[in-house]
Design a protein around this ligand. Structure first.
Ligand code: ADP
Ligand code: ASP
Ligand code: MG
Length: 438
């Protein structure tokens, strides 16, 4: 029988009503055999995700050596869910054990992972599926690096003998038994890893919107749903902030060409978005851009020096300074006498002065400064290579909205155009670009 791997996000697991929807979706198709879940998310705006409560527990442990007041909120959530679902499952001993181990293990990843662990136990009971703990099948090394190939073999071997299972997302363990998590939103990666190992015909990622939208619905009103996009377009958009899917979730499924289908738990009739290796040419020829996404929190290291273009090794020497201080950079457009390096504020934090000083010493620029308060916006789509004038249209839209472009960068793949704008212009800029192409 074909296998479909389905992942349900935080909102889909937030309360008993949502979990009943999840159960209906899984049960309506016998091919939906392996289910990956997130921890319960927000039930209403202003609510706190269980994962955030767990990070708060760790914080309490650091300060007080115990976390029972914060953990009580987690107890309440899970006990409430189990009661409302009418399950014959005694959560008390399970929760007691988790709280006890949180104190003993005293690790931030262990604490953070417990939301998914508990969520999967509850859903397994509801569905009558086997609970397969991610710590038994998702392998990390002791430094917290995910071991994709060993995991793929182990997950494939384990699931071969299990017809239906619920697996917690977000975490795994190293050879010593210590728990490690992916970065936030990482249950999407677990789902993709299981889909690859189970040789699934599709990886369904169930969330709380009708699909991948051509812009962030929290910034642009009613953006269109993208019916189909390529892994590459998805990677660009997800990396640049379209956090409906974790940017690293694409790698495991891409290797074997498994399509990802983004679906809405609260509107299961909607077909959602399909993410595939190749979008047919006529499909993307119809649209000039596929989507726009962006992120705040960047700075530009701006370097000026006359005739830098004829100075052999200039760029390499500048980058050697970033390498020395372990700083990753995002973009590096240059002119004949200028070089702009875009870095995220979190990479640069606390190192600004030493970086400037060292670059000054090494390449003797005429001027060097850090311009902070920058946001990046990526406009993405294979359709760009079909049509001249995409960059012109984008620049015109920003000019009309009275927004100054601080930097622009287009790769020769013609898959995206990145612009940097002042962060106070960010929302206005995303809207201007979206509406220019809508
Ligand atoms: P889950 O808990 O199901 O993993 P997430 O909160 O991680 O869900 O992702 C879904 C959210 O992503 C949506 O509710 C939406 O607010 C946000 N989002 C940001 N950009 C986009 C986009 N381009 N398309 C759809 N949703 C987006
Ligand atoms: N619960 C984790 C988070 O909030 C992982 C996930 O939901 O994918 O980031
Ligand atoms: Mg998510």
């Amino acid at each position: 029988m074909a296998v479909k791997v389905v992942k349900f996000g935080g909102t889909s697991m937030a309360d008993a009503g949502a979990i009943n929807q999840v159960a209906d979706i899984v049960k309506s198709d016998p091919e939906r055999r392996y289910v990956v879940v997130s921890a319960p998310g927000k039930r209403f705006s202003g609510d706190t995700k269980v994962t955030d409560l767990l990070y708060a527990c760790y914080h309490d442990l650091e300060i007080n050596g115990e976390c029972s007041a914060t953990f009580a909120k987690i107890r309440e959530r899970f006990e409430g869910i189990v009661k409302d679902l009418g399950l014959d499952l005694d959560m008390k001993p399970i929760l007691d054990e988790v709280e006890k181990k949180m104190v003993i293990n005293y690790s931030v990843d262990y604490c953070a992972s417990r939301g998914e662990y508990l969520s999967a136990i509850v859903l397994a009971k509801k569905l009558g599926f086997e609970f397969v703990d991610a710590e038994k099948i998702m392998i990390f090394d002791v430094n917290g690096n995910f071991m994709s190939e060993q995991t793929n073999e182990l997950v494939a071997k384990t699931l071969k003998d299990i017809k239906c299972a619920v697996i917690p997302g977000f975490y795994g363990a190293d050879g010593t038994g210590s728990i490690h998590t992916f970065s936030r939103g990482g249950s999407d990666i677990t789902g993709a890893v299981v889909a690859r190992a189970a040789d699934a015909v599709i990886y369904e990622n169930w969330t709380d919107v009708d699909g991948f939208m051509s812009a962030d619905p929290r910034i642009v009103e009613n953006p269109t749903i993208i019916k189909k996009l390529s892994y590459k377009e998805l990677r660009e958009l997800a990396y640049m902030g379209a956090n409906v899917l974790h940017p690293e979730a694409v790698f495991p499924v891409k290797a074997s060409g498994i399509p990802i289908n983004i679906r809405n738990t609260f509107n299961p009739q909607a077909p959602g978005t399909l993410i595939v290796a190749e979008v047919e040419e006529d499909e993307f020829a119809k649209r000039q851009i596929t989507g726009v996404a962006g992120k705040k929190g960047y700075s530009i290291i701006f370097i000026e020096k006359e005739l830098m273009n004829s100075e052999l090794g200039f760029g390499r020497r500048v980058l050697s300074v970033l390498e020395y201080y372990n700083i990753l950079f995002e973009h590096m457009p240059s002119g004949i006498g200028t070089l702009s390096i875009v870095v995220s504020d979190s990479e640069l934090a606390g190192k600004e002065d030493v970086v400037l000083e060292r670059i000054r010493n090494i390449v003797k620029p005429d001027n060097i400064e850090i311009k902070s308060g920058i946001s990046l916006i990526s406009t993405v789509g294979h359709g760009m290579s079909f049509r001249p004038g995409t960059a012109a249209k984008l620049c015109e839209a920003l000019a009309k909205a009275n927004i100054n472009i601080r930097m622009i960068d287009q790769g020769s793949s013609e898959l995206n155009i990145i612009v940097a704008v002042a962060t106070q212009d960010y929302e206005k800029a995303v809207n201007a670009i979206y509406h220019a192409f809508a």
